[in-house]
Design a protein around this ligand. Structure first.
Ligand code: NAD
Length: 308
C-alpha cells in the first residue's frame, strides 16, 4: 500500500464528517464527498438557485463542515486544520478519488447502497489505494463481492467509534482477500498517525462492539417499556452510575442516530437463526415510530432529547 497523505471520505454525516476532522487534525489532506441533494431548500429557491449550482450540489458536505465548526467540545485542534478538508459530491467529483491514498466509505448503513458506491469507485481506483468501509456491522465479504479481485485485496473494514476524535479504538475487519501488508500498514497508520488502538475483529454481524452494544441498548429499551421507566431514570442509572460518564442509554442513541441504530440492530436480526436472538434484535416499535417522525437524534435536533 502507499504512504497515506490524502484521504477521501464519502458520506459527510455524523461519522464521515468526524473522521474527516480527525484526519485533518493529523495534518492529512481530505476530500469529503456527499450526495447531490434531491431538492432545493426554500432559501436556495428564493436566491434563484437551480440544482446545477455548485453551492447546491455541495450543500451536504458544506453543512457538515459548518456543523463541525459549531461542535462543542471542538473537533478541530485549531482553525487551520479545517482548511485541509475540501468538499464535493459523488456526481461531479468522483475523479478526485484518484488523488487519494485511502478511500473511506461512510454512507448510510445499507448493503445495496454501499455495494453500488464501491462499483462506482472501482473505475477510478488504482492499485495501492486502500478502500475501507466504516460500517457498523455489515459483512465486509458481502461488500467486497461488488468489486473485482484486485480492489478486493485492498478492501477492509475500519470501524471508527463515535465521536471519532475522542474514541480511542478502531475495529479493523479483514475481508476474505485483504492483503496482509494492507492490514499491517493500516494498523501502523491508525496507531501512529491517528492515535487509535486497533482490535482485529471477525467479519460476523456487527463485529464485536456493536454486537454487544446493540444487545445492551435493546434490552434496556424493552425493560423501560415493560417497567414504565422514564428516559431520565434510565439515563441516570445507565450513565455515570455504571462508570460511563457520557454514554447513558438514550444520550448514546441520540448521538448514534436512531435510523443508523435501527439498521445496525436489523443486521443482526436478519442474520439470526435462533428465535430468541431474533426476538432480542427485533426493532422496538418506539424506535421505528421515532425514525418515521424524523426524530433521529442529535443530527436532526430532536431524538429522545431536544436540542435547545
Ligand atoms: P449519517 O446518516 O449521519 O450520514 C450518512 C451520510 O451519507 C449522509 O450525509 C448521506 O447524505 C450520505 N450518503 C448516503 N448515500 C450516499 C451515497 N451514495 N454517496 C454519497 N453520500 C451518501 O450516518 P452515519 O451515522 O455517519 O453513519 C455512516 C456509516 O458509519 C454507517 O455505515 C454507520 O453504520 C457507521 N457508523 C455509525 C456510527 C454512529 O454512531 N452513527 C458509529 C460507527 C459507525
Amino acid at each position: 500500500m502507499r504512504t497515506i497523505r490524502t484521504v477521501a471520505v464519502i458520506g459527510s454525516g455524523v461519522m464521515g464528517a468526524g473522521i474527516a476532522a480527525h484526519l485533518a487534525n493529523a495534518g492529512i489532506h481530505v476530500w469529503l464527498l456527499d450526495r447531490v441533494p434531491e431538492r432545493l431548500t426554500p432559501e436556495e429557491e428564493a436566491a434563484g438557485r437551480t440544482i446545477r449550482h455548485p453551492d447546491v450540489r455541495n450543500r451536504l458536505a458544506r453543512e457538515a463542515i459548518i456543523r463541525l465548526n459549531k461542535t462543542n467540545p471542538a473537533v478541530f485542534f485549531e482553525e487551520r486544520c479545517a482548511e485541509l478538508i475540501r468538499i464535493g459530491n459523488v456526481e461531479d467529483d468522483l475523479h478526485r478519488l484518484k488523488e487519494a491514498d485511502w478511500i473511506i466509505e461512510a454512507i448510510t448503513e445499507r448493503l445495496d447502497d454501499k455495494r453500488e458506491l464501491l462499483r462506482r469507485i472501482e473505475p477510478v481506483w488504482t492499485p495501492g489505494m486502500v478502500v475501507s468501509s466504516n460500517t457498523s456491522g455489515i459483512s465486509i465479504a458481502a461488500m467486497a463481492e461488488a468489486v473485482g479481485p484486485e480492489l478486493r485485496s485492498y478492501f477492509l473494514g475500519t470501524h471508527f467509534f463515535n465521536p471519532p476524535r475522542y474514541m480511542p479504538l478502531v475495529e479493523v475487519i479483514p475481508g476474505p482477500a485483504t492483503k496482509l501488508d494492507v492490514l499491517s500498514g493500516m494498523k501502523q497508520f491508525l496507531g501512529h498517525r491517528l492515535g487509535k488502538g486497533v482490535v482485529f475483529a471477525k467479519d460476523t454481524p456487527n463485529f464485536i462492539a456493536n454486537r454487544i452494544g446493540t444487545y445492551g441498548l435493546l434490552v434496556t429499551l424493552r425493560l423501560m417499556a415493560e417497567q414504565g421507566y422514564t428516559v431520565g431514570e434510565i439515563d441516570a442509572v445507565t450513565g455515570p452510575a455504571l462508570g460511563r460518564p457520557k454514554s447513558a442509554t438514550f444520550r448514546t442513541l441520540d448521538l448514534v442516530g436512531l435510523d443508523t441504530f435501527v439498521h445496525v440492530a436489523k443486521n443482526v436480526y436478519d442474520h439470526a437463526s435462533d428465535p430468541a436472538e431474533k426476538a432480542t434484535f427485533d426493532t422496538p416499535e418506539l424506535l421505528a415510530d421515532m425514525t418515521r417522525l424524523g426524530w433521529l437524534g442529535e443530527k436532526a435536533g430532536q431524538g429522545f432529547y431536544k436540542k435547545v
